[in-house]
Design a binder for this molecule. Structure first.
Ligand SMILES: *Cc1c(COP(=O)(O)O)cnc(C)c1O
Length: 396
């Protein structure tokens, strides 16, 4: 049944479970435990829990299960496991499947915390991680050697919006027997084609577009039933990165409006990118579908939309970027993205501050770079706010 539904119907109904009260809106099962009718029933459930049977909220909970089933129906995977944050999803997906001696190939342009997991944590546990320029297909071909266990990438990178040729990387990975893990935050579950393009495992920070209103941290790992239940679940249920039922409820309700929000945000983002590109204070505008984006041909092939985020370099370095940020009125200085409220971030001094200068330069995280997550405000108001702030930045 659910399989025949189109995405907007899945976003509203998939995964719903109703209690005996027949409530319309999904219930929050704010309980850590579940009562068994008898000692034998408890024993049987610990041996094997049925689809409507729960044991302990760290393992699963009815509200969390609704969220998992709804997002899996939307993404087109067999199953999902919800986590306490996006980073619990990234770390959980990788650590659940890897062991010392495994080889992982990863794109170099990653969100700061993802880079920490791949560069510091996995290395400490004896995993060999090779980093490549994600935009160079030949570099992937050379690095993905037979026996490579996993490939990791952000389909659109944070914050420089590099686009990865996922179909190419996935073909190469499949030939080598490697599992393709995609952090798909920027593509969003609405515009994502990651599974169709060969991703085996998709991870999201639900904190971003899924909540979409800046209220709660969350994450999710999506994949085949066997990967989720046999590899991910045992790791996460014992290490404790579970999503809370209240958060799952927020995320369930977030999914219902996600497509409408994300389409409106992406439309405004495309308009702002085109509208601000020629401003004298903008040295370089990065938005995947603009003709000036170095990979816009690839972007048109692999992305269903340019997304809700754009990045640009303010002419005049850090001082000019700070003048721009401080002059903003409607747009807030913060570091979330995908929120209903527009947010400007200075990656070099915040989200990517930890990186050595040389690494920042190699990743294009220049002192003038600003990342803009476009919200739901009126596009004309945003254009006016950003334009006056750029005018201020130009008046040194
Ligand atoms: C925000 C983000 C994460 C981490 O998500 P949290 O919910 O903040 O833990 C991971 N990857 C990308 C690309 C992100 O933007």
């Amino acid at each position: 049944m659910t399989r025949d539904w189109k995405p907007r119907t899945r976003a509203v109904h998939a995964g719903s479970r109703r209690s005996g009260y027949g409530e319309m809106s999904e219930a929050i099962f704010l309980t850590q435990g579940f009562v068994y009718d008898s000692a034998a029933a408890a024993e049987a459930r610990f041996l094997e829990a049925g689809p409507d049977e729960f044991i302990y909220a760290r393992y699963g909970n009815p509200t969390v299960r609704m969220f998992e089933e709804r997002i899996a129906a939307l993404e087109g995977t067999e199953d999902a496991f919800a986590t306490a944050s996006g980073m619990a999803a990234v770390a959980g997906a990788l650590m659940a499947m890897l062991r010392a001696g495994d080889r992982v190939v990863s794109a170099r342009a990653l969100f700061g915390s993802c880079l920490y997991i791949l560069e510091e944590v996995l290395a400490r546990y004896g995993v060999d991680v090779a980093f490549v320029d994600g935009t160079d297909p030949a570099a992937w071909d050379a690095a993905i050697t037979p026996g490579t266990r996993a490939v990791f990438l952000e389909s659109v990178s944070n914050p420089t919006l590099e686009v990865i040729d996922l179909p190419h990387v996935a073909r190469r990975a499949r030939a080598a027997g490697a599992t393709v893990v995609v952090d798909n935050v920027f593509a969003t579950p609405v515009f994502s084609r990651a599974v169709a393009q060969g991703a085996d495992v998709v991870v999201y920070s639900a904190t971003k577009h899924i909540d979409g209103q800046g209220r709660a941290l969350g994450g999710v790992i999506l994949g085949s039933r066997s990967f989720i239940r046999k590899t991910v679940e045992p790791f996460l249920k014992h290490t404790g990165g579970a999503m809370s039922p209240f958060t799952a409820w927020l995320m369930l309700k977030g999914i219902e409006t996600m497509e409408l929000r994300v389409r409106a945000q992406a439309e405004t983002a495309a308009r702002l990118a085109a509208g601000l590109e020629g401003h004298p204070a903008v040295a370089r505008m990065l938005y995947p579908l603009l003709p000036s984006h170095p990979q816009h041909h690839l972007a048109r092939q692999v992305l269903a939309s340019g997304g809700t985020v754009l990045s640009f370099e303010v002419r005049g370095g850090k001082a000019a970027a700070f003048r721009f940020l401080d002059a903003l009125g409607i747009v807030k200085i913060s570091n979330n993205l995908g929120d209903a409220k527009s947010i400007a971030t200075h990656p070099a001094t915040t989200t990517h501050q930890r990186l050595p200068e040389a690494q920042k330069a190699a990743l294009g995280i220049t002192p003038g770079l600003v990342r803009l997550s476009v919200g739901l405000e009126d596009p004309d108001d945003l254009l006016a706010d950003l334009t006056q702030a750029l005018d201020t930045a130009a008046r040194a």
